[in-house]
Design a protein around this ligand. Sequence first.
Ligand code: HEC
Ligand code: HEC
Length: 526
Amino acid sequence: MRAVGLSDSRTVGLLGAVVVALLSVSQTVRLSSQDTTRGKTVYVKWCAGCHGEDGKGDGPAAAYMLPRPRDFTGAVYQIRTTANGQLPTDADLMRSIDDGLFGTAMPGWKGRLSDAERRDVLAYLKTFSAFFADTTQRPVALAFGREPGSDARVGRQFYDSIGCRKCHGDQGRGDGPSAPTLKDDAGFPIFAADLAQSWRFNGGGDVAAIYRRLRTGLDGTPMPSFSDLIDQKFLTADELWHLAQYVRSLSPTRPPELRDVIHAPAARGALPAAPDDSAWNRVEPSWFPLVGQVIHKSRWFTPAIAGVWVQALHDGRALALRITWDDRSQSPDSAWRPFTQRVLASVAGDDSTPPAAALWPDQLIVQFPTKVPEGMERPYFLMGAATQPVYQWRWTSALRTSGRAVAGLARGIERFDSLPAGSAPAAQAVYDHGQWRLVLTRALATPDTADDLQFRTGRAIPVAFFGQDGSNGEFGTRMAVSTWYFLALDQPTPPRVFVTPVVAIAVTLGLGLVLVRRAQQRGTRA
Ligand code: HEC
Ligand code: HEC
């Protein structure tokens, strides 16, 4: 089991690296002979694809990213221990280079570059700005003091009174009334951070890191510094610490762990069809990170939905899936239209004619194979293929009140053939302060055994998820995607002889593999 904070940023970082690799092929990098410092060599090889040869944040991959790579010539840095508007310390820069900026395309370099290489590249990127040349003014870290005992209740009071809600919203999911208007200093649209996902905070998600961000602000973004409120005696340092504790309390205690299998326990009573039925509180959710769809045109590098929480229950006759995801906008929402427009104008795509902004809905797709597979083979994860379709449930916010989602067969990303309405799962959704909660329910067995997946207990059923935030300019193939995971419906077996189906499956599969391998070895020996 890995912490998603890591694998999440690793996936995103990997994506970035792929982009850089793709684009640097077409790029000719020239090194002038008198200026080949070691730092420059590292920079040109590893950083310039995003940050640009001259450090202006305009490398060949930059146009595909939001937020954009840092423009080093301005010397404006987000993650600092220094006051608002000040230069960062070397240690601040080293932290960003070592760990990367979680939740963005900026990868961490600690494992990839040696200590010396990272020190050299740090020294080199400071040469892009004259501000660092003035050695009479060395940046000094603020004194942050010590964290007092926790009092999240006081923190919540200040959350309301000093205007965090304006941008971050009542529950902190980045859906405040000002959220659709936010831009960074370069004029690019920027989301207010989702405070329920602290493992994706750029500068780290523990209380101390959050406190430092509140003291320093994130320079270059609309996220202000609140140090002056302490200077003005509007609140004490301890109260600001309590605010940091409150913010931390909005996220899970530990970063979600990436699991491969969603367990669907057998329900004790009736299946909960409503998203806020209290029965869901007793079912453990699994988190599945999503990344941009960058395989097929139109590619999408800046998805808004970071992942989905999934819970499942069955009663031997029907299956209920509850999918919960954070989305700052209940699309289509005309208040977000200018934001959509700015996103489309800012992110390079591969369309010959960039689309005009429209009021697109939000969408969630759950994907299965058409049949529970016998072995390990699965259809192509990205919506199957013409020869091997996948079975999907498609729900959109436009269908919100219909009580239904659409079932159908996808034959590749461009082709979806919907099945008759009788095949469709029941759907109930609520939108609540920056979060969708959706329950999809369907009988395990249906009359259309040729097209509809027939669910079976005690088997690992492949499942994948795709999401779209309409207000972020996501429609068509522009979406956030997951890879295949598994859904396992527990067999209603008495607890005494209970072997978890997944273990059973693993053992069976493992044995199967051993047998096959033995048979093959025997074959080659014979
Ligand atoms: C895949 C693209 C990509 C690559 C490669 C990359 N960066 Fe970045 N970098 C970014 C993005 C995007 C940001 C801005 C993130 C944000 O604004 O939240 C960033 C920000 C930064 C920052 C600013 C941190 C702050 O506090 O504001 C530093 C420093 C940095 N990168 C250094 C480097 C160095 C050094 C390298 C090469 C070893 C490198 N980057 C390679 C994408 C990249
Ligand atoms: C004017 C809008 C605005 C206000 C007011 C505001 N924020 Fe933010 N905040 C932002 C934006 C935008 C970001 C995301 C910056 C980025 O992505 O680089 C952010 C990021 C954050 C982060 C993530 C830091 C990180 O390391 O990535 C935290 C935590 C946070 N804000 C807490 C707060 C709290 C607490 C308050 C109130 C004291 C507050 N913010 C007030 C706009 C705002």
